[in-house]
Design a protein around this ligand. Structure first.
Ligand code: UDP
Length: 487
């Protein structure tokens, strides 16, 4: 068991200085007073299984910094587990909660699960006191809090970051396997109402995942910084020159007076530079990259065949660039599927003509360097006209929230999480079937050719994120849950 130190970072005043967040910080400071007061004298213990990588490790430090600034005592513990068999099992539990796998869990599995958690118990008992609140993230440390509760008067909450909308035999089996522990928990937190399994329904709060608006991935980047990051990172390869030209041109046009406001460039802005359509995800078949590439190719081919070369619409589609970004497999050694998916995409790419190839960029991002990766994702999202998340399945697509925060219109599939995040025709478009190439290509063309709607959807999207999916809305929900579930 390891106690993780959280480095200093952004403070409330930094968020407040950020125009669009000003009022949510004020609301948060005001509304958090009462629950924080009621938590005085208790420590909140966050427990998970890794200090780096993954959403929990990404969000916890910013949450903890803000809560500590307001006087909450909150700590982060990571369990130690040296056994491969343990992580194989917890991965199977994870997959089963998603509905995949055979749903078979044996007594031997239970032995491994409990043994690793038991090995972390004595250290936990040294640190945790009566009256504290223990929040366990995801399945790995689930038995641990149940063991702590047998020895101390604490309340225990399980935060599940995954889920499946419909119950299946496999999900039923995994919830049955977890029942000896869930029975001991006081409360549960899921990301969406539809993910909550029946037996836990009356002991659950819903808290959707959120983003930190001041993280490297989300903080404001002025246009010249975006250019610098994309250009210097060299990831744009053949497209580098086009993009550089695009920005040089834009810079000359837009910034004679030192202003970087892209939207001031005039109504034909899309013709000044190349519109970019971007999807950034892990190379996973369920992310719908291949379908998106096919739809993009179809849109271009149809445009060449049926469009009027003199029209603005024709030129706009002709100039559009597709960017597909994901982790460089060289740094993701444990993901053979990623390599295969990338190979399939490259093969489709090779079948199209040179002109079309010039309009498609497959980018490999440096996931081994989290800060550089975050800044590149940030710059790519900010340089795009439309962000797509064409997932065939999606628990909750952080990429869509990140894009909306950056005022980008999004085109998403109707996967469970995405249709909850995006409001159709208000913050973007929800496409009913991510595998329907024809429809996807039409929606893309429609969005490209309606720049005013795109601006409006981007604007609405940012508001939606501020109201529902930032650190502050999330912390308020957490404070509510913690203060009503004290031992
Ligand atoms: N991401 C990244 N680099 C990549 C691919 C993805 O930083 O090469 C980030 C992306 O910005 C988002 C997260 O990984 O923050 C993916 O979260 P999401 O909920 O969209 O999908 P998941 O990977 O959890 O299925």
């Amino acid at each position: 068991m390891q106690k993780i130190t959280v480095k200093p970072g952004a403070k409330l005043v930094d968020y407040k200085a950020y125009g669009s967040l000003y009022s949510s910080v004020l609301d948060f400071t005001d509304q958090s007073k009462e629950p924080i007061e009621s938590l005085k004298g208790r420590t909140i213990w966050m427990i998970n299984s890794t200090a780096i990588g993954g959403g929990v490790a990404e969000m916890l430090p910013s949450q903890m910094r803000i809560l500590r600034e307001l006087g909450v005592s909150i700590e982060w513990l990571v369990i130690e587990a040296k056994k491969d068999a343990f992580f194989d099992l917890t991965k199977r539990i994870h997959n089963a909660i998603h509905g995949s796998g055979n749903g078979i869990f044996t007594e031997e599995d239970r032995k491994i699960y409990e043994e690793v958690n038991q090995n972390n118990l004595s250290k936990a008992l040294e640190l945790i006191n009566d009256g504290d609140i223990v929040v366990v993230h995801d399945p790995q440390p689930m038995p641990l809090a149940a063991m702590i509760k047998k020895k101390k008067n604490v309340s225990i909450i399980w935060r599940c970051h995954i889920g499946l909308e419909d119950d299946t035999d496999v999900t039923d089996a995994v919830w049955k396997f977890l029942e000896p522990y869930t029975n001991d928990y006081d409360h549960f937190v899921f990301s969406l109402p539809s993910y909550v399994p029946n037996p836990l329904k009356n002991r659950t709060s819903i808290i959707p995942p959120a983003i930190d608006p001041l993280s490297h991935k989300n903080r404001e980047l002025q246009l010249h910084k975006c250019i610098g990051i994309l250009y210097q990172s060299g990831i744009l390869d053949d497209h580098k020159a086009i993009l550089y030209h695009r920005y040089k041109h834009l810079v000359r046009r837009v910034m004679p007076d030192g202003s970087f406001d892209v939207l001031d460039a005039g109504k034909n802005l899309d013709l000044i530079y190349r519109p970019i359509v971007t999807e950034i995800s892990r190379w996973d078949r369920l992310k719908g990259f291949k379908e998106l590439m096919e739809a993009f190719i179809k849109m271009k081919v149809d445009n060449r065949k049926n469009g009027d070369p003199k029209s603005l619409e024709y030129k706009r589609i002709e100039m559009t660039l597709l960017v597909l970004g994901g982790p460089d497999p060289a740094f993701v050694s444990d993901d053979p599927e990623g390599k295969e998916v990338l190979k399939e995409l490259t093969e489709t790419y090779k079948t199209v003509d040179k002109d079309m190839q010039n309009d498609i960029a497959i980018l490999l991002l440096p996931l081994d360097n989290p800060k550089e990766n975050a800044l590149i994702v940030n710059a790519l999202q900010r340089s795009s006209s439309i962000i797509v998340q064409n997932s065939i399945q999606e628990g909750f697509g952080l990429t869509a929230t990140e894009a909306m925060w950056k005022r980008k219109p999004v085109l998403v599939s109707n996967a469970a999480g995405l249709k909850y995040q995006v409001v159709d025709n208000k913050t973007g478009k929800i496409n009913q079937d991510p595998t329907d190439i024809e429809n996807l290509s039409k929606t893309l063309a429609y969005m490209l050719n309606h720049p005013k709607e795109r601006d409006k959807w981007g604007f609405n999207g940012q508001l939606r994120v501020i109201q529902n999916f930032t650190l502050f809305s999330q912390l308020l929900s957490w404070l509510g849950t913690l203060s009503t579930n004290k031992a």
